[in-house]
Unconditional design. Structure first.
Length: 344
């Protein structure tokens, strides 16, 4: 599934009397954006952040078969994914530095390289360096003949690409989720959808505990322990039965005791849009459809947030109550993941 940014204003008048307090629960909003109330005339520029640095899912492993080439869009860039002959997944900028052809439209995998369909130049998947210009043999290949290759790893049934605006190497790792390989747990199920929100705003929802009562209709505002430590953050609620771990702004691992474990990956399409991939598993002891049921349960709840996210704006100096101090802590933690353009 390849999702690209929506360029139209996307104005959709909400149904007459669109209710709130709590918001409607409608899982169809996830996969059918036309059903979402969108009253913002131009949704772009609502958030003052660039694309954050971090590891982000660019495809699920089963989307990239051996020798396959897949165009995609993330980080505000046209990208191409391919799986080399040795099975390794690679991610590169999509356009050939020679005359600009898209490597994902007709490009061919050869060994660890992707060959351009326009003039046959071959680019190494690890470095992006051109390794062969077939019609000009014996002539040195200039170092500038390269495209940007992103550090890539495959873990937890997903392909992750490292994005850093300044080209710096990874400064944290993607942890293994042990439940995904545990025979007592179901094969993972995936839910994928796009939202007009940035990664920081969606993640802030987790520490905005007051909204659970008014958006989701809970009887009380939940109480959670919230800590941050470097790139890592952790929240514990429900007397320890719920644990949410976050790694930078693109990766969350959530566990509900005896119910489900899932990964939340929020990949920036650009500064204003994300693709969400949730990867769920559940104990087999909970029944043959436990993973799907857990996925539907959680996605249904999040459908209540989507109309809020897609029509809100960022407040740099919000009017917060004392009990909302974790929102400020979250924002301060998030600052470390941005590289802003140098002032001219």
């Amino acid at each position: 599934m390849t999702l690209t940014p929506e360029r139209s204003s996307g104005f959709v008048m909400p149904p007459e009397g669109y209710p709130g307090l709590p918001m409607p629960n409608n899982i169809d909003l996830l996969l059918d954006p036309d059903r979402r109330p969108r009253v913002i005339r131009d949704h772009r520029g609502r958030f003052p952040f660039p694309v954050p640095n971090g590891w982000f899912v660019v495809a699920m492993s089963d989307e990239l078969t051996p020798g396959a080439v897949k165009p995609t869009y993330a980080f505000g860039r046209e990208l191409v994914l391919f799986r080399a002959d040795d099975g390794t997944a690679h991610c590169m900028d999509a356009h050939c530095p020679h005359l600009g052809a898209h490597l994902g439209v007709g490009g061919q995998v050869e060994g660890n390289c992707l060959r351009c369909p326009f003039h046959g130049w071959a680019f190494d998947g690890d470095t992006g360096q051109c390794t062969d210009i077939p019609y000009d043999p014996g002539t040195p290949i200039p170092r500038k003949a390269r495209t940007l290759a992103y550090p890539t790893l495959e873990r937890n049934r997903a392909i992750w690409a490292w994005y850093h605006a300044a080209g710096e190497p990874p400064f944290y790792d993607v942890p293994e989720v042990e439940e995904f390989s545990d025979p007592d747990w179901h094969e993972p199920v995936v839910r994928t959808f796009a939202i007009r929100i940035c990664a920081q705003e969606m993640a802030e929802n987790n520490v905005d505990r007051a909204h659970f009562r008014y958006v989701h209709g809970t009887e009380a505002i939940p109480d959670e322990e919230f800590i941050v430590d470097g790139i890592y953050k952790r929240a514990v609620g429900m007397d320890g039965a719920f644990v949410r771990e976050g790694y930078a702004l693109g990766l969350g691992i959530l566990r509900m005791r005896n119910f489900a474990t899932w990964i939340s990956s929020t990949t920036p399409i650009d500064e204003d849009n994300i693709v969400v991939r949730w990867i769920f598993t559940a104990p087999r002891a909970n029944g043959p459809h436990a993973a799907d049921e857990a996925a539907d349960n959680y996605c249904s709840g999040v459908s209540q947030d989507i109309p809020i996210w897609e029509n809100k704006v960022y407040r740099d100096q919000p009017l917060l109550r004392g009990m909302e101090r974790d929102v400020i802590a979250h924002r301060e933690w998030a600052r470390q993941f941005y590289t802003y353009p140098a002032a001219e």
